[in-house]
Design a binder for this molecule. Structure first.
Ligand SMILES: Cc1cc2nc3c(=O)[nH]c(=O)nc-3n(C[C@H](O)[C@H](O)[C@H](O)COP(=O)(O)O)c2cc1C
Length: 384
């Protein structure tokens, strides 16, 4: 019988690598179907664009989106308020970024069918301090244009992944990193923040230490660990049933489920053997980060966060197009009390210009391709 230590090392090694194999539970939908030829055969451009938008990066893969298609050429986006992360994201800042990513993918993919949509943020007013039941955005397709969107990054929508594999020692060049900066600068007036990076070994070493300490702090903060636990999906059946959250699958997980060895107490106790092993793996990921890149917004309003999400989505697609792997490390950017000192340390370290707020921080480099994460169907997003 496998030892508990072995089980737990599998657990921590696999947390974010869903198996690519089709779901064995025949009665359940394939949780990865959304990634294959999104929108194929769809004649309504809005539904075609939604089939792409649902592939957007979003915190903990909660997929916090609800949509309405009541007017013929419009899509109204709402936040699914039950899919937020109130402990680690008390201001809904990251959830709002995830909505921005969704809007960007919607817009880029509508462009494949010659539409250049107009996006109006918060048409019934900006919510504060958190998101509320009012719409996040209203997107209108407008008249069909002669030219389609020919940006090659758009074709990466179904290939983009958050890559949590080990990263090679190869360091991305200044030219490559600047190319990503230019992708966001190229958004023009649509984006008013900044993109910064470092591949300087001394500075990267400091960043590694800081992202690692923040990860560890999060593990040791009970409310945060408990919240993450709610979004972990153990094994193929759970992944296929939910088609959201952070999937863990593979032979080890199935075996441990059978043996009843994945219990909540163990997984939220920071000193359990499971978490000690997970921490070793995550520390290694942090310590092997070849470079860091961060996106800021001017101000930190809900609209600024949506724009940061749009910029992150664009940048992530361009990175995919360039063969670069990305992996956000958001812990030290989060606003909960137990993180306050490390948040301050991170702000000092990243030193954004006066008036700018760091919205996304990622490690960036080269790694083996990673597996897709689960997605629900577009139909699941329709507001009743
Ligand atoms: C605002 C935001 C914050 C995120 N923070 C983290 C993070 O701290 N750690 C991590 O591993 N992934 C993070 N992610 C990545 C998401 O977990 C990921 O997008 C989601 O699980 C879906 O997977 P995919 O990007 O491969 O489609 C973040 C994504 C967004 C948009």
């Amino acid at each position: 019988m496998p030892s508990r230590r072995h089980v737990l090392s599998l657990l921590s090694a696999a947390p974010f690598s869903p198996a690519l194999t089709a779901c064995a539970e025949a009665a359940l939908p394939d949780p990865y179907a959304a990634w294959r030829a999104p929108g194929a055969g769809e004649t309504d451009t809005r539904r075609f664009a939604l089939a792409h938008a649902i592939l957007a990066p979003n915190p903990h893969n909660t997929q916090p989106w609800l949509v309405e298609l009541s007017d013929p050429d419009a899509m109204t986006l709402y936040c699914d308020l039950d899919r937020r992360l109130p402990f680690t994201d008390p201001l809904d800042r990251q959830i709002t970024i995830g909505c921005g990513c969704f809007l960007e993918l919607y817009s880029m993919s509508a462009g494949l069918q010659n539409y250049w949509p107009a996006i109006e943020f918060f048409p019934e007013g900006e919510p504060t301090p958190r998101l509320d039941a009012r719409p996040v955005a209203r997107v209108t397709l407008g008249p069909r244009q002669a030219q389609p969107n020919s940006d090659p990054s758009t074709l990466e929508i179904a290939n983009r992944r958050t890559n949590r594999n080990p990263y090679q020692t190869r360091v991305p060049s200044a030219e490559a990193l600047d190319e990503l900066v230019n992708v966001v600068v190229g958004m023009g007036e649509e984006y008013t923040g900044g993109v910064y990076w470092t591949n300087d070994p001394a500075r990267v070493a400091q960043g590694r230490d800081l992202v690692w300490r923040a990860w560890d702090r999060e593990l040791r903060t009970e409310g945060a660990a408990a919240e993450t636990f709610e979004w972990l999906r153990f094994g193929r059946r759970a992944i296929a049933e939910h088609r959201d959250g952070l999937g863990m699958s593979g032979a080890g997980i199935e075996l441990f489920k059978l043996l009843g060895q994945l219990d909540r107490d163990d997984l939220i106790d920071p000193d359990s053997q499971a978490n000690q092993t997970a921490a070793r793996n995550w520390r290694e990921m942090a310590m092997n980060s070849p470079a860091f890149l961060w996106i800021t917004s001017t101000g930190d309003t809900p609209s600024a966060r949506l724009n940061a999400g749009r910029a992150y989505a664009r940048l992530a697609l361009a990175a995919a197009n360039m063969g670069l792997a990305l992996h956000p490390w958001s812990q030290a950017l989060q606003e909960y009390e137990e993180m306050a000192d490390l948040r301050g340390e991170m702000r000092d370290f990243l030193a954004p210009p006066e008036g700018e707020t760091v919205q996304m921080l990622v490690r960036i480099g080269y790694a083996e391709a990673s597996a897709p994460s689960a997605r629900r169907d577009v139909q699941d997003l329709m507001r009743a």
